[in-house]
Design a protein around this ligand. Structure first.
Ligand code: UDP
Length: 313
């Protein structure tokens, strides 16, 4: 009998990681989900715990990883990812991006597994080029309050390329732009869960700074589809995946108020230091080489996310 393909998903109990676990269980893979649960949660994978093809392994990948048997694919998604979380877990963030990525690459090399690194639009820092193309090298403050995340992901990209060049590991790098959807942590501090929490708890929406800073928001199902397409491709250099439709935070607040049919007051809070002023992916490579583009409009994605938070949080 043909053996099922085996996929290791680090950070598999996190927001995007848990959606990837669902996706590969649906594709009839054996899924090994590894997570130390500092920002991930068993609630995100509870529905999979009884599946015979699903194994959860609580482990901090910054320490040596021992897995018996074959592994065909590795999706490396372990890392705190919201500014509030990576500030609280600064050292863990640096360790998972460096030591953790090194350990997971070691597994990929030993098992001859295809490897995909979850990198981030934060590698562009506070960008001086707009929109951001993969060829832009970024504008990062190496000692600033976001440096633990930005630099650990930049290091992760560098070590992935080194393993590809030196050890011929079959690697991919995705640069993920702001993503939202069900299973984000309500209190993770990011703007979408913050606004939803505030709407549900009768609090004013917090706008940092002028609210004119921009982001582009990708619904999680589109993101998962992009990740799968990149994994199936032969592109070893970084690829941006995100939704190129850009909003400032005041506009985002308006869309959410419309979706929730509740109008909330706005309160201003100081803009966090080094908060990027603008961010929007150039997705020409994803469109032409992966034949991927996002499908879910913000109104629809926010409606689904709002409904999920209402029922689950
Ligand atoms: N932001 C905001 N109000 C909030 C949370 C965030 O205005 O309650 C802003 C934040 O300053 C940033 C943008 O929303 O400009 C996106 O922040 P988030 O923490 O979601 O992620 P980032 O893109 O900065 O990593």
């Amino acid at each position: 009998m043909k053996r099922k393909k085996v996929i290791l998903i680090t950070g598999g109990a996190g927001f995007i990681g848990s959606h990837l676990c669902d996706c590969f269980i649906r594709k009839d893979f054996r899924v090994i989900c590894m997570d130390n649960l500092i920002t991930g949660s068993k609630d995100n994978i509870r529905h999979l715990l009884g599946e015979k093809n699903f194994t959860f392994c609580k482990h901090d990948i910054s320490k040596r990883i021992n897995i018996k048997g074959a592994i065909d694919y590795i999706l490396h998604f372990a890392s705190p990812a919201s500014p509030v979380d990576y500030t609280e877990f600064s050292i863990q963030t640096l360790k998972v991006g460096s030591l953790g990525t090194h350990n997971v690459l070691g597994v990929a090399k030993a098992k001859k597994a295809k490897f995909l690194l979850a990198s981030t639009s934060e590698v562009y820092g506070d960008p001086l080029v707009h929109p951001q193309k993969e060829t832009y090298w970024g504008n990062v403050n190496s000692v600033g309050p976001r440096s633990m995340y930005d630099e650990s992901k930049r290091f992760a990209e560098a070590i992935v390329m080194a393993y590809h060049r030196v050890h011929k590991v079959d690697t991919r790098i995705i640069r993920i732009f702001n993503t939202y959807g069900p299973r984000m942590r309500m209190r993770d501090g990011r703007v979408v869960p913050n606004f939803i929490y505030q709407t549900l708890h009768n609090k004013p929406l917090t706008i940092y700074g002028t609210g004119k800073q921009t982001r582009s928001f990708c619904y999680v199902d589109d993101m998962v589809a992009g990740i799968v397409k990149l994994l199936q491709s032969n592109i070893h250099t970084p690829v941006n995946i995100g939704n190129p439709i850009e909003f400032n935070m005041l506009e985002l607040a308006k869309v959410l108020q419309k979706v929730a049919k509740i109008k909330k007051k706005i309160v201003r809070k100081p803009l966090p230091v080094d908060d990027p002023k603008q961010r929007k992916p150039d997705i020409a490579i994803a469109k032409t080489k992966l034949k991927w583009k996002p499908k879910v409009q913000i109104q629809e994605g926010l409606a689904r996310t709002f409904a999920w938070f209402k029922d689950n949080a």
